[in-house]
Design a protein around this ligand. Structure first.
Ligand SMILES: [Zn+2]
Ligand SMILES: [Zn+2]
Length: 189
């Protein structure tokens, strides 16, 4: 089963490559709606965070409320996901009070790169996929490196502050000026 976060109609097996026309009401939204925080047994990231997915090894992480693991289909030599243990919807619904956890997710992302001997923090890409351009509704930070080695399709998928990928710094700017994050805003930065 496809576990990667990818635009994928119906959330099933995701073919490689971007599919920006993911239908609304696909994989993500329905699951997230039923769980106000906590645990959603239908959510693969909730199961991974509770070590219920033996195929996915958790990497060391300095915070108990976050987990970190390798993307099952990496798009770069280093491709990690940082995920809150508690089910939290995607970045579109984040509010100012989530800034601390987003910052800690970034810290974990940088730390895991360094632990894996990648130290050029200018050559990394970190960010969030914008719903519905993501098949998994549980908040997760993509950590990719080296950014300079992303292939053409990956560059597209993780293009900085496109409609479908938003970096943490833009998210913080939006918070700082009190924007509720909207896809229309994201594209202007
Ligand atoms: Zn979840
Ligand atoms: Zn994603």
């Amino acid at each position: 089963p496809a576990r990667r976060c990818r635009p994928s109609p119906g959330g099933g097996r995701a073919p490689r490559g971007p599919q920006p026309a993911a239908p609304p009401g696909g994989a993500g939204g329905a699951d997230a709606a039923g769980s106000a925080g906590g645990y959603d047994g239908k959510c693969v990231f909730c199961r991974i965070a509770r070590r219920e997915e033996p195929g996915t090894a958790l990497l060391s992480c300095e915070y108990e409320d976050l987990v970190c693991f390798r993307d099952i289909k990496p798009d770069a030599p280093h491709h990690y996901l940082v995920v809150p243990v508690e089910h939290m919807e995607n970045c579109k619904t984040l509010k100012t009070e989530h800034i601390p956890i987003v910052k800690r997710m970034m810290e974990v992302g940088k730390a895991v790169l360094q632990k894996n001997n990648f130290s050029d923090l200018d050559d990394i890409r970190m960010g969030f996929h914008w719903p519905p351009f993501c098949s998994i509704a549980h908040l997760h930070l993509h950590v990719l490196a080296p950014a300079s080695q992303l292939g053409f399709l990956s560059r597209l998928l993780y293009r900085i502050n496109s409609y479908w990928f938003i970096t943490v710094s833009v998210m913080q700017m939006c918070f700082a000026v009190g924007f509720r994050l909207q896809a229309e805003n994201a594209v202007f930065f």
